[in-house]
Every structure is written in structure tokens, then in C-alpha cells.
Design a protein around this ligand. Structure first.
Ligand SMILES: [Fe+2]
Length: 125
């Protein structure tokens, strides 16, 4: 299995941005501190527990999904405005656009036994 493209939250923005240019993504560990993570879990876990899996095989019967996190979960508002994230977005996309727009926020929580989804490209409707 290939190694994931991960960074600590203390990594330099230029290093993460350069890696995104090559890999197309980066995983940044520990962007939330312990109290932020606890707030996020407290907000999300009850909703995850009450949300059923999909009825469609493609979406996963054992995958819990829901969106609109900025409206449903206060901690996610702080996450999308995290200074490191904003600097990173500016560094990677700033030369190509006048402003940024976040298109989607959501949870995809896979329960034990879920199968891998087939490779696909998401499309805006
Ligand atoms: Fe998808």
C-alpha cells in the first residue's frame, strides 16, 4: 500500500502546498487541539448514530453520510477558517482565482464491514 501524503499541523505551508501540487492532496494531522476534537465529536457522534446507511449499494448500506456541516456543526466553522487551511488554499489556488468558495462539507462514516466504493468521479448536478 502506498504511503499517504501526511504532514503535522506544524509543517510549513510552502512544504504542504508543494506536496499538494505533486500529489493532489495532503492529510494534515492534529489541526484541531484536544478540546476542538472533543467538541467536534460531541456534535457529530449523535447525528452519526441516528443517521441510517444508504439504500443504494453504490452509496454503501454501511456508510453514514450527511452534509451541510457548517449549518449543523459549529466546530466545523472554525475548521474551515483555520489559518493554516486558509494560507494553504491561498498558496495553492490564489494565483488562479480572485476568491474561494467551499462547495461541500460532509461526513462519510464507514461502519465495520463496509465494502470499498468503486472508483468514480463526483459530478455537480
Ligand atoms: Fe464520490
Amino acid at each position: 500500500m502506498p504511503e499517504l501524503n501526511t504532514f503535522p499541523a506544524s509543517a510549513a505551508v510552502k512544504d504542504i502546498a508543494a506536496s499538494i501540487q505533486v500529489q493532489g492532496y495532503a492529510i494534515i494531522h492534529d489541526m484541531l487541539d484536544a478540546s476542538g476534537l472533543a467538541r467536534l465529536r460531541a456534535e457529530l457522534e449523535p447525528r452519526i448514530a441516528m443517521t441510517p446507511g444508504s439504500h443504494e449499494a453504490f452509496m454503501g448500506a454501511r456508510t453514514v453520510r450527511f452534509g451541510c456541516l457548517l449549518a449543523r456543526c459549529e466546530e466545523t466553522r472554525a475548521m474551515v477558517l483555520h489559518p493554516l487551511l486558509l494560507e494553504l488554499v491561498e498558496s495553492v489556488l490564489g494565483a488562479f482565482c480572485a476568491r474561494f468558495q467551499l462547495n461541500y462539507t460532509g461526513v462519510m462514516h464507514l461502519l465495520p464491514g463496509e465494502e470499498a466504493q468503486v472508483v468514480h468521479r463526483d459530478a455537480a448536478l
